[in-house]
Design a protein around this ligand. Structure first.
Ligand code: SF4
Length: 442
């Protein structure tokens, strides 16, 4: 009888992909996925400490396993990811949840199989938090569950030290994968029928700097552009200071690259950007946006925004609103600042009261939603190519996105997941699009 695993993933796409790697390792060891804790032999919590709610959510869910572990002492409970990479969390976890069997950090996830074997054979709690990253392992084959989309790491870590961010402390310095390994992985995915490939890194524009071979992100995009096949290419995330004209031109000439660039500006206030250590100001952001729109006029530009950073005044917040209205981002991930222990911003004077943060985020979301609705309305009457990603059981229709990232809903009599569909947009449902399939491509 197969043994079973269950993985709970918190946080960003980087973590989702790391869970796919853990799933790949477990499947190689003969485990199969299950959906209920009661069926599992191994339960993994792949944690995130970038957002406060992800942290609290993970703690809550680990706490719920106490009874199950009592009933099934053979169950292995493993906690990994960036929350455990912070030593104090590993300690707190160990003390709060004595039934957790494995606590490992971010640098040894590729060794998950070996560490699990060791835990099973010794029947003792294993804690392994390495304080520096080793070589990038190319041995782990992720088990992907996101067809027709696939995520491919091109680099790990970050050198930027934005004052609100914990990533450089828990993910280490930038390390790039060799281009040939990335290209081989992408060729394999295209051969397996994946239709949208997203390159992942904390700051993809820094790709290659550590390799010393002269290869950079623009070169990598050009090489991927030479791969035959019908697939879309996306990448995330960019640091605006490092987004060069070379990269934008490489996107423009790449036949696979979506006309969509994520430019996480975080704030529209020069004073707050300086306190965040972002190393650009509002003028430079506007110049980058103009440069993108000059070369790729129809390029979607999306962003990340934080409100309530320490000392943020009404005037600073107004600068953010003004930038959002002026640039008209195609979409924004909006966040309320929450202090991350160990970062510079967490100990800054002038932390903002929760009710002020709440009022600001509501205002910001309202403004951005209005822009989103207006942009969606401009689609009505047009026919756009949609990659069909899934079937929505609640709405009883298919869904997918155009290359600019806009979500569309439509009907089909046959299963068209993984295909490109020409969809005529007939109306909008708030920010998303609603339409009819005109034709299907392979
Ligand atoms: S660029 Fe800044 S926000 Fe992004 S991962 Fe690096 S330190 Fe964090």
């Amino acid at each position: 009888m197969n043994k079973h695993y269950l993985i709970h993933t918190y946080g960003c796409q980087m973590n989702v992909h790391e869970s796919e790697k853990i799933a790949g390792i477990l499947r190689d060891m003969g485990y199969a996925a299950c959906e209920r804790s009661e069926e599992a032999d191994v339960i993994v919590f792949n944690t995130c400490c970038v957002r406060e709610n992800a942290e609290q959510h993970a703690f809550g869910n680990i706490g719920m396993l106490k009874k199950l572990k009592k009933e099934n002492p053979g169950l292995v409970v493993a906690v990994c990811g960036c929350m455990t990479q912070q030593g104090r969390f590993a300690e707190k976890l160990g003390e709060t949840f004595p039934y957790v069997d494995m606590i490992i950090g971010t640098y040894n996830i590729d060794k998950f199989g070996e560490l699990l074997e060791k835990t099973l054979s010794t029947k003792k709690r294993l804690i392994e938090i390495l304080d520096k990253n080793g070589e990038i392992s190319e041995d782990v084959k992720p088990f992907r569950s996101s067809f027709p989309n696939a995520w491919v790491n091109i680099m790990y870590g970050c050198n930027n030290f934005c004052t609100y961010c914990i990533v450089p402390y828990v993910r280490g310095r930038e390390r790039s994968r060799k281009p040939e390994n990335i290209l081989n992985e992408i060729k394999g995915l295209v051969k397996d029928g994946y239709k949208e490939i997203t390159l992942l890194g904390q700051n993809v524009n820094s790709y290659g700097k550590d390799l010393g071979s002269g290869v950079n992100f623009a070169c990598l995009l050009d090489e991927i552009g030479k791969i035959d096949g019908c697939f879309r290419l996306r990448f995330m995330s960019n640091h605006p200071k490092d987004l060069t004209e070379d990269v934008v031109l490489a996107v423009k000439r790449n036949k696979h690259a979506c006309r969509a660039i994520h430019l996480p500006v975080q704030s529209g206030s020069d004073r707050i950007l300086s306190l965040m250590n972002r190393r650009y100001d509002g003028k430079q952001i506007r110049e980058k946006v103009a440069m993108i729109r000059k070369h790729i006029p129809d390029c979607a530009i999306t962003t990340d925004l934080i409100v309530g950073f320490p000392t943020e005044t009404d005037e600073d917040f107004s600068d953010t609103l003004a930038m959002v209205k002026e640039i008209r981002f195609d979409g924004a991930f909006t966040f309320v600042y929450s202090p991350r222990e160990g970062t510079k911003a967490a100990v800054m004077d002038g932390q903002i009261e929760p009710e002020i943060k709440k009022a600001r985020i509501m205002k910001l979301v309202d403004v951005q939603n209005g822009i989103n609705r207006d942009i969606s309305a401009e689609y009505v009457g047009k026919t756009v190519e949609i990659l069909v990603e899934d079937y929505d059981e609640k709405r009883k229709c298919y869904l997918g996105r155009d290359e600019r990232g806009r979500m569309a809903y439509f009907n089909s009599d046959s299963n068209i997941i993984g295909k490109f569909a020409e969809v005529e947009i007939t109306s909008t449902g708030g920010m998303s699009l609603i339409g009819n399939v005109v034709s299907i491509k392979g």
